[in-house]
Design a protein around this ligand. Structure first.
Ligand code: HPA
Length: 263
């Protein structure tokens, strides 16, 4: 692929239904063979304000933003039309996706507010349509998914974190659960024994579908809470949203920096 053809999209999860620093140029309602994506595709540039100046700002290359749970945040994880989302981005010419996901922390260093770039997934979902390759096939197709995330795109995010002085945890295994309920304490202990560091409900089948359509895919996870049974506090939506605030501020800055390195 020539550099000229590269195009990046951001899929925003809980707490990131829009990018405040995105100057939207146009918004398009897409339709795919699998139905409508969760939100219109917003085309625009991210602004990055210059710390030394109150007036000057730089603009990133054009990106596409998609709100995974809809702009009104009313599509729960198990009802997201993952195929329509990924197909719509593919149809728009997207070659790379940075996905942003809220997660619960399992590993000792996965405190609320911290950011993680996972490098592995274990899929515990059970009721989702998880492939494009089910009918009208010339051949049975199995994609290689040994390493589910793009190493190159993950590194670009890590380098951006370093240049922006943002603390970020490199690597970790993401457990994808079905939801929409949160896990039991015993389920989290099982995920821990399995080697999982973080748990969320939206990481799959999104990553696998992107691989099927040959789109580079990397994920920035924001720890929103300690996973079930790992702290004395109840996990409430209010607590999740409050913990996400600080983390997502860093994510916006990180994405703006990563986009400038992308092209
Ligand atoms: N479990 C699953 N998904 C989540 C969690 C959690 O604890 N927190 C945010 N998304």
């Amino acid at each position: 692929m020539t550099e000229k053809n590269k195009k990046i999209a951001v899929i925003g999860g809980t707490g990131l239904t829009s990018l405040q620093n995105l100057e939207i140029i146009r918004s398009e309602t897409a339709m795919t063979a699998y139905g409508e994506p969760s939100s219109p595709l917003s085309y625009g540039c991210l602004t990055k304000h210059n710390a030394q100046s109150t007036t000057s700002a730089t603009h990133s290359p054009e990106i596409i933003f998609l709100a995974r749970h809809g702009h009104a945040h009313n599509i729960p994880p198990h009802m997201v039309n993952y195929r329509a989302n990924i197909q719509a981005l593919k149809d728009a010419g997207v070659t790379a996706i940075i996905a942003v996901n809220a997660v619960g922390g399992i590993g000792d260093d996965m405190a609320p507010g911290s950011l993680v770039i996972p490098d592995q997934i274990i899929d515990y979902t059970s009721r989702r349509i998880n492939t494009f390759f089910e009918s009208d096939l010339n051949h049975v197709t199995h994609i290689d998914f040994s390493y589910p995330y793009s190493a190159e795109l993950s590194q670009l995010i890590l380098d951006s974190a370093q240049s922006e002085n943002i603390d970020i945890i490199q690597g970790g295994t993401y457990a994808a659960t079905e939801g929409p309920r949160l896990e039991t304490a015993a389920e989290i202990q099982r995920l821990k024994r399995d080697g999982c560091d973080i748990v969320g409900m939206t990481g799959m089948p999104e990553a696998a579908l992107a691989r099927e359509l040959e789109i580079d895919y990397a994920m920035i996870c924001v720890n929103a809470n300690w996973a079930a049974g790992l702290s004395d506090e109840l996990i409430t939506m209010e607590a999740i949203e409050k913990n996400l605030e600080g983390g997502l501020e860093k994510v916006r800055q990180l994405i703006a920096a990563a986009l400038n390195k992308f092209n």
